[in-house]
Design a binder for this molecule. Structure first.
Ligand code: GLU
Length: 450
């Protein structure tokens, strides 16, 4: 058994039954093989063994009272994975699917994503198996206050700075911040994604979606193309998907399909983004209601999806932007997209494609941007929010957006140059993983055995 296989099988014993976590680790470790082969000092310092083990895992009880007066209990997590490059940084996810495996895979991905931004941020992830869907504002507030009542002792502007993710937006960040301030008496940049009235940064809300599209544009430019006139499928209807669609329209592309947890929406003329924003951001309603305004659109409920496929990826389009969740593109979906002429996939979600789907994209020669490179614009803009908070400044939309564009380009360049250096120019998975790994690993060595 070789070095990497040994570490992977050791992980299955020390962290049993964590499928998503193994998947994320395996993808990274396999692509590091050429570096580990030629740079023996990484093995001498046991960097791989150290990088796959979180520095600290906090798991806690979240009791709260629902509107019926019943005490509910959820499970909360904050996994502080790696602080070689800066204070822990990464989002909080509130979703029923959250468990230790999911938070660990996300925290592990965050190490490499944050390193690629070139900014001084370490990596963490957290969340709870709480379902915000259908909850009243008061219930959301009660839950967030209880969550922060445990979390506040572990976070701070120079130690660990959480942000949003699935199920955690401006409303939740507001309630979390209010409780942190009440418990500590400190008004400081402990969270990012804050409201614009009280310390938030312009462009943060749009950043993950915009960044994913900027990254796609870089991939196309390198192939002598651009987004003008391209039809696009964008999964999700949350923050990432909505602002990916907005940027696609601004760059002359046409989003024609998206989806939410209730089903898939297809509108050949181009999706009405104003209506989608009203349905999802204001009313928190199903995309099915889009058809009340646009009768020529099609809506496929999740129960009617074809066996083993996602309805969205069956449509023909030039580009796909998975912006919903992990493993939302499987091998069948990937083969279908490629067969229909899709020439670009840029991941707004983390680990959006299964391993065999990723192989399908790379082998077919289409442009494929893995999440940790393509969606790093969100966390990068969070760091710009931290910089504004720390210096008591407020930057203009243009200034933040220009920096976001610059960072997206630089991430693409690093991943692409590294992929070329290792003889696989079309493999941005390899390029991104190696470029990020070297930065973190070298910092870890310089900081000693800690
Ligand atoms: N949850 C987002 C991510 O995965 C944002 C994290 C942050 O802004 O800290 O990168």
């Amino acid at each position: 058994m070789n070095y990497i296989d040994n570490i992977l099988s050791g992980l299955k014993v020390s962290s049993p039954a964590q499928q998503e976590f193994y998947q994320a680790v395996e993808e990274v470790l396999r692509s590091l093989a050429p570096v580990l082969e030629t740079n023996k000092h990484y093995q001498q310092h046991s960097i791989i063994q150290r990088i796959v083990e979180p520095e600290r895992q906090i798991i806690f009880r979240i009791p709260w009272v629902d509107d019926g007066g019943v005490v509910q209990v959820n499970k909360g997590y904050r996994i502080e994975f790696n602080s070689a490059l800066g204070p822990y940084k990464g989002g909080l996810r509130f979703h029923p699917s959250v468990n230790a495996s999911v938070v660990k895979f996300l925290g592990f991905e965050q190490i490499f994503k944050n390193a690629l931004t070139g900014l001084p941020i370490g990596a963490a992830k957290g969340g709870a198996n709480f379902d915000p869907k259908g909850k009243s504002d008061r219930e959301i507030m009660a839950f967030c206050q209880s969550f922060m009542t445990e979390l506040y002792r572990h976070v701070g502007p120079n130690t660990d700075v959480p942000a949003g993710d699935i199920g955690v937006g401006a409303r939740e960040i507001g309630y979390l911040f209010g409780q942190y301030k009440r418990l500590t008496g400190r008004y400081e940049g402990v969270l990012t994604g804050k409201g614009l009235l009280w310390g938030g940064s312009l462009v943060r809300k749009e950043a993950t979606g915009y960044g994913t599209v900027y990254f796609a544009d870089c991939m196309l430019n390198d192939r002598g193309e651009n987004l003008q006139g391209q039809t696009c499928l964008v999964s999700g209807a949350g923050n990432v998907a909505i602002y990916a669609m907005e940027k696609l329209y601004q760059l002359g592309a046409t989003p024609i399909g998206c989806c939410d947890s209730t089903g898939t929406l297809y509108h050949e003329n181009g999706l009405d983004l104003t209506l989608i924003k009203t349905l999802k951001e204001q009313k928190r309603e199903s995309l099915a209601n889009y058809l009340n305004t646009h009768t020529s659109a099609t809506f496929t409920p999740v129960d009617d999806y074809p066996e083993g496929r996602h309805a969205l990826w069956q449509y023909t389009a030039d580009a796909a932007f998975p912006c919903a969740t992990q493993n939302e593109i499987n091998k069948n979906d990937a083969q279908g997209l490629v067969a229909n002429g899709c020439k670009l996939v840029s991941e707004g979600a983390n680990m959006a494609s299964t391993q065999d789907a990723v192989e399908c994209f790379i082998d077919s020669g289409i442009a494929y941007g893995p999440g940790k490179a393509a969606n790093a614009g969100g966390v990068a803009t969070s760091q710009l929010e931290m910089a504004q908070n720390a210096s008591m400044q407020r930057w203009s939309f243009e200034k933040v957006d220009n920096q976001l564009q610059g960072i997206s380009k630089s991430i693409y360049q690093q991943a692409s140059d590294t992929a070329k250096d290792f003889g696989e120019p079309n493999n941005l998975v390899l390029g991104a993983n190696i470029a990020a790994f070297k930065r973190v690993a070298d910092a870890m060595i310089e900081q000693g055995v800690v």
